[in-house]
Write a protein that binds this ligand. Sequence first.
Ligand SMILES: *[C@@H]1O[C@H](CO)[C@@H](O)[C@H](O)[C@H]1NC(C)=O
Ligand SMILES: *[C@@H]1O[C@H](CO)[C@@H](O)[C@H](O)[C@H]1NC(C)=O
Ligand SMILES: *[C@@H]1O[C@H](CO)[C@@H](O)[C@H](O)[C@H]1NC(C)=O
Ligand SMILES: *[C@@H]1O[C@H](CO)[C@@H](O)[C@H](O)[C@H]1NC(C)=O
Ligand SMILES: *[C@@H]1O[C@H](CO)[C@@H](O)[C@H](O)[C@H]1NC(C)=O
Ligand SMILES: *[C@@H]1O[C@H](CO)[C@@H](O)[C@H](O)[C@H]1NC(C)=O
Length: 347
Amino acid sequence: MCIHSSKLLNMQHRQIVLFFSFTCSVLMILTSTSAHPTADSPVSPTTITKGTNIAKPGCPKQCGNVTVPYPFGIGSDCAIDSSFEINCTGSGATLYRSNIKIYDISDSEIRVSNMLYQRCYSETGQLLVPDNPTWLRFEKLTPYSFSALNMFTVIGCDESAIMTGDNFRNGCYAFCTNSTGVNVVVGRCMGTGCCQIEIPKGLKYFNTTMDSVENHTGIWSINRCGYAFLGEASRFQFRGEHDLTDNNLKNRILDNVPIVLDWAIGNNLTCVDAQKRNDYACLVNSHCVDSDTGLGGYRCHCDPGYEGNPYIPPGCSDLASCWWCALRWVLLLLVLAAAAVVAGWSC
Ligand SMILES: *[C@@H]1O[C@H](CO)[C@@H](O)[C@H](O)[C@H]1NC(C)=O
Ligand SMILES: *[C@@H]1O[C@H](CO)[C@@H](O)[C@H](O)[C@H]1NC(C)=O
Ligand SMILES: *[C@@H]1O[C@H](CO)[C@@H](O)[C@H](O)[C@H]1NC(C)=O
Ligand SMILES: *[C@@H]1O[C@H](CO)[C@@H](O)[C@H](O)[C@H]1NC(C)=O
Ligand SMILES: *[C@@H]1O[C@H](CO)[C@@H](O)[C@H](O)[C@H]1NC(C)=O
Ligand SMILES: *[C@@H]1O[C@H](CO)[C@@H](O)[C@H](O)[C@H]1NC(C)=O
C-alpha cells in the first residue's frame, strides 16, 4: 500500500488503521481455524460428538445436557448392545440398570457420579456414622473399567484407607503431626491431612476399607471425620485445614469429582481380530485403536483432519468440507478485494 501526501495520510489515517486491524483479526481467525491436526496427539481429541451423525437415525442424541453418541444410545435398539444403553429419566442419564449417573461421554472415556466413604468420630473416639464401605463392580463382559486418570484419595488427620481391586491392593495414611494442623498445605496430598495413590488401568472392581490409629482422639478439635474416595485427580484440590473441618466436604467432592471410566467395544477382541469379522465397527476415514487397559476391546478414531462419529454412516468427514470452511475462503477473498480498493484510494 502506498501513501504519497501527508494530507491524504491525515484524512485517511483512521480508516487505514481501522482497516489494517480488521484485516489482521480476520486473517488471524482464518489461520487459527484452518490448521489441520497432522498426527494423533497423545490425548486424542473428542470427535464422536462433533459431527452431524451423533446418534443412530431416529434415536435421541441428548439426555438433558449430556450428548449420547453411538455406540451409546438411549433405549434399546439405539445402542450397540445393552451394556451401552443409557436410561434417560427426569433426573438425567444413568448407566443401564444402575443408579450411576453419567455426566459426559467422550471418544474413549465416560465421566460418572462418585461415591465417598466417610467415617466420623465422637470426642471420645466412638465411630458415629454407619460404616458403609464404598465399592463398585463392573461385570466381566461390560465395557467399563476405572481410568488411570482417577486417584484414590484419603483425607483426615488420623486416617488410613486401603483400596482393593482385582489383583490390586494399596492405600495410604493421612495424618497431621500436631494438633494445630499447621503443616497441612493447600493443594498437597503427600500424607499430611491428605494422601493419594495412583491406580493401574483395567480395574473393573474396587472396595474400600478405612482405619484410624487413635480414632481421631488426639486431633478431634480440628478433624472429626476421615474420607476416602476414588475420583478424577485433576478435579480435586485439597483445601488444607478448611477441608479437615468442613462439614460440607462430602457434598463438595460428590458434586465436583467424577469417576472416569475407560470404555471399549468388542469385549476382549483386538483390532487385528476385529478387522476379520463382519461386525467390525470402524467406518470410513477412521482407524481401529486397541484398548490400552489390558482387558482387550477396541475403539474407532477418526483419521487426523476428520471428525464425526466413526461408528455410524457416513463415518468421519473431512473437517475442510464444512460450510464454515468454505465461508472462510469467501471472507478471505472479500478482504483481499477490499484491501485492493483501499490501496487504490490511498495512492
Ligand atoms: C448439566 O446440567 C446440570 C444440572 O442440570 C448442571 O449442574 C451441569 O453443570 C450441566 N453440565 C454442563 C456441561 O453444562
Ligand atoms: C430406568 O430408570 C427408571 C427410574 O429410575 C427405573 O425404574 C428403570 O428400571 C430403569 N431402567 C433400566 C433399564 O435401567
Ligand atoms: C506444631 O508444629 C509447629 C511447626 O510445625 C510448631 O511451631 C508448633 O509449636 C507445634 N504445635 C504443637 C502443639 O505441637
Ligand atoms: C467390601 O469390603 C468390606 C470390608 O472388607 C466387606 O465387608 C464387603 O463385603 C466388601 N464388599 C464387596 C462388594 O466386596
Ligand atoms: C476405635 O474405635 C473402634 C470402633 O468403634 C474400637 O473398636 C476401637 O477400640 C477404638 N480404638 C481406640 C484407640 O479408641
Ligand atoms: C473372549 O471372550 C469370550 C467370551 O465372550 C471367550 O469365549 C474367549 O475365550 C475370550 N478370549 C480371550 C482371548 O480371552
